[in-house]
Write a protein that binds this ligand. Structure first.
Ligand code: FES
Length: 349
């Protein structure tokens, strides 16, 4: 249960891990918002755009998933994440089916660098597709709760109007917030929808956001959506450093000019009964991918904690980016996406 005796204390990513579910709300037919408080009533210091990695135990196996915070960072007593139920997705279906107020979940965060610059730009485009709306919704809510907001276009694309999360709230923001313009873009819609339909394209962006090149673009959505957005922004003159995207699907590639490894170590995944060879300087995740071993992963950059695994034996060199706590490292956990073996190792996977 949520206590308030920790009021005044902030959530500490290193030592705090337990979130209490306070509320559950449907956003669409397949998206649901879960609101959490710290178990001791801690305040949260989250930048809009950041996420938490949730550890969910299902049938005796702990799975990790990253979910962006969708709530306003200026309401620091709680955080909300909005989860889309994915067909066949173990964690999203488990959360939708089972998580209810009073339940406690373990989470690591806040994490991530998909955040607004400290000095806000004069003009901004928040661009999202599908469930990618969550981090940019946190940004819009931060503007609504704050005193200053840039000239913002919020363009959100989804399959149909029934798939628009937060549509009523966004329409209200567009009515009440000066300089906030909303474009909801369904791929298809029936005749009752008053607006343009289709996918983002150069023609649509030229018409809807003619000053695109003057805007900082924050983009989040499925990979094909972001690829299209990236190409449009590049072609319309948005400088590379003014197009920022969120991705939980980064690929961990070895540099193309990396010299061929002459020394290799063996890495054994004890639960799968598989052994691979890993070159000196190569991460365990990239070698596993190359050799057909499936490991859970997301950022591939030591940020999200999705790949966290128990090291049964051996030593690794690990340069992470905050996706694991010191006490987890002390307990023998590693992040294979940023761990390079220093000898033969065995991992509990
Ligand atoms: S995949 Fe994100 S920390 Fe390893």
């Amino acid at each position: 249960m949520l206590h308030c005796d920790g009021a005044g204390r902030y959530w500490d990513r290193e030592s705090d891990a337990e979130l209490v579910c306070l509320a559950v709300r449907d956003e669409t037919h397949d998206m649901r918002t879960f609101t959490f408080g710290g178990r001791d009533g801690q305040y949260f210091d989250v930048l809009p755009g950041q996420y938490f990695t949730f550890d969910v135990g299902i049938d005796g196996v702990v799975e990790q998933r990253c979910y962006s915070v969708s709530s306003s960072p200026l309401r620091p007593r709680t955080i909300s994440v909005t989860v889309k139920r994915v067909a066949g997705g173990r964690v999203s279906n488990w959360l939708h089916a089972g998580l209810k107020p009073g339940d406690v979940v373990r989470a690591l965060g806040p994490l991530g660098r998909f955040t607004l610059p400290p000095v806000l730009p004069g003009k901004l485009l928040l661009l999202s597709g599908g469930s990618g709306i969550t981090p940019v919704m946190a940004m819009a809510r931060a503007f609504a709760d704050g005193v200053c907001a840039p000239d913002t276009v919020f363009l959100h694309a989804a399959r149909t109007p029934a798939d628009f999360a937060f549509a009523d709230e966004l329409r209200l923001l567009a009515k009440t917030m000066p300089g906030f313009r909303l474009i909801l873009l369904p791929e298809t819609a029936d005749d009752g929808f008053a607006g343009v339909t289709g996918r983002i394209s150069q023609a649509l962006m030229d018409c809807a956001v003619p000053d695109l090149a003057e805007r900082l673009v924050m983009c989040c959505g499925p990979a094909p959506f972001m690829a299209a957005a990236r190409a449009i922004c590049r072609d319309r003159g948005v400088p590379a450093d003014r197009y920022i995207e969120e991705s939980f699907d980064a690929v961990d590639e070895a540099p193309v000019d990396a010299p061929p490894a002459t020394t290799t170590f063996s890495v054994t995944f004890s639960r799968q009964g598989k052994t691979i060879t890993v070159g000196v300087g190569q991460t365990i995740l990239s070698a596993a991918r190359a050799q057909g071993v499936v490991l859970p992963s997301s950022c591939a950059n030591g940020l999200c904690g999705t790949c966290k695994s128990k090291l049964v034996s051996g030593k690794v060199d690990m340069q992470h980016n905050g996706g694991i706590r010191q006490r987890e490292i002390d307990a023998g956990q590693i992040l294979p996406c940023c761990a390079k073996p220093l000898g033969d190792v065995v991992i509990d996977r």
